[in-house]
Design a binder for this molecule. Structure first.
Ligand code: DI6
Ligand code: FE
Length: 418
């Protein structure tokens, strides 16, 4: 006897078929046991009557079901507010000028250092609840606003704690190489030494990071410094990812590929050589339309090159106070289609199976398939393409994490966003 059986719905399993990237099943059913999917298929293929197969049979009133969404790139553990900066930039002050003046990332660093772990946790839980309300079941959370041993550990412990307080899977990422802190101003190499000698070993010893990231950019860290960090990460058996070629082509895409990074993120300025290297290494291109839009970038990431070379494209909120104050993935899907010309099928893949792959969770989440975690989102739409259609996103009717539904959703209203 299965624990739960969901029926009266259509499925976008995201198990791609040659004729259908969504892997659609009309009038489908999903069964879960001990938090994992044990059966997915057309309702009329069920091995018996629903009430004889499962303890709980839930009718979904014709909704569309997708895998629970994956947000594979966020910086949601931080304190402080940068909305004033947003106004400054719209009055003509550049992001670089604000960063060079000690604003930008460093102003969030100061606020985050001043905040207690409890304050940071409370802020992070509020942001995570908003992601969950948008259908998210897996989220990646980076450090990178502490930039001292204690404050980086504080941020990562808070990120780990999020999964203990809310029904969500968390992948944590160490991003000590986000910016050079004031106490190392003008001594970037010494700061990299400090990360390698002191901070990364402590992070690894406490098992606080599932992967290592860095910001490879003129206003942040150079490729050779990132390479030192990635060598250390590999020696510790930790996978890497990279903020690459966001504001200029520093060869970040190729560097990420050289270390078989799980993902290269932003990549607006990635070269064709970099894209080829990513394809060969299996590195996901993580597209971040929120930051592109918010800093009014003009150079669109080379989506056509990614398609031509077979580089999978992920999609995320990049939620951070400076360049992407965004907490809704379906809004990012609309922006990725409108600004980057991704297709709605590519956008949904980016926040499901490609997003999961970028976190090394391809066997755990991102598809509605037997053996994976029973993470499901139910949508009031006429088809999966509609999730990228609405400006401002779509609210799910309900969400299931590890087989457990959230508090009873309004499954009644299924026409148009609620
Ligand atoms: N690239 C970005 O856009 C963010 N971090 C990064 O590496 C900016 C973070 C901030 O401004 O707070
Ligand atoms: Fe980021």
């Amino acid at each position: 006897m299965w624990d739960t059986l969901w029926i009266d719905m259509h499925l976008a399993t995201m198990v791609a078929r040659p004729d259908d990237a969504y892997g659609r099943i009309a009038d489908g059913a999903i069964a879960a046991q001990d938090g994992r999917i044990v059966w997915v298929g057309p309702r009329d293929a069920l091995p018996g009557r629903p009430q004889d197969l499962a303890r709980d049979v839930i009718g979904c009133d014709g909704a569309w079901a997708t895998p629970g969404l994956v947000d594979p790139h966020t910086h949601i553990v931080y304190a402080g507010d940068r909305s004033g900066e947003f106004e400054e930039r719209l009055n003509g002050v550049s992001y670089e000028a604000i960063a060079r003046r000690g604003g930008g990332i460093l102003s969030t660093v100061q606020a985050t250092r001043n905040a207690s772990a409890d304050e940071l946790l409370s802020l992070a839980l509020d942001r995570t609840r908003r992601l969950i309300a948008g259908g998210v079941t897996t989220v990646e959370i980076k450090s990178g606003y502490g930039l001292t041993l204690d404050d980086e550990l504080k941020q990562l412990r808070v990120a780990r704690a999020v999964a203990r307080h809310l029904p969500v899977r968390v992948h944590t990422t160490f991003l000590g190489a986000h910016a050079v802190p004031p106490e190392f101003a003008g001594r970037r190499e010494a700061y990299v030494d400090h990360l390698l000698d002191t901070v990364l070993p402590a992070v690894a010893a406490e098992g606080l990071a599932d992967s290592i990231d860095a910001f490879c950019e003129g206003i942040a860290f150079q490729p050779d410094e990132v390479a030192r960090l990635f060598d250390a990460a590999q020696a510790l058996g930790l996978p890497v990812r990279l903020h690459a070629d966001q504001l200029s082509d520093l060869g970040g895409a190729a560097l990420a590929a050289r270390y078989r990074a799980l993902s290269a993120d932003h990549v607006e300025y990635a070269s064709e050589d970099g894209v080829r290297a990513m394809a060969a290494a299996g590195t996901v291109a993580m597209l971040l339309p929120g930051a592109f839009y918010f800093v009014r970038e003009k150079t669109v990431p080379p989506v056509e090159l990614f398609r031509r070379h077979g580089v999978p494209m992920g999609l995320a909120t990049d939620c951070n106070p400076g360049t992407s104050p965004a907490l809704d993935l379906t809004t990012m899907m609309n922006m990725a289609c409108t600004l980057f010309r991704m297709t709605p099928a590519e956008a949904l893949a980016g926040v499901t199976h490609v997003g999961a792959r970028a976190l090394g969770l391809q066997d755990e989440a991102g598809r509605l398939a037997a053996g994976l975690s029973a993470d499901i989102a139910f949508w009031p739409v006429g088809g999966p393409h509609e999730l990228s259609y609405w400006i401002g996103g779509v609210r799910p009717l309900g969400r299931v994490f590890q087989g457990r539904p959230d508090a009873a959703p309004a499954l009644a209203n299924r026409h148009g966003p609620v």
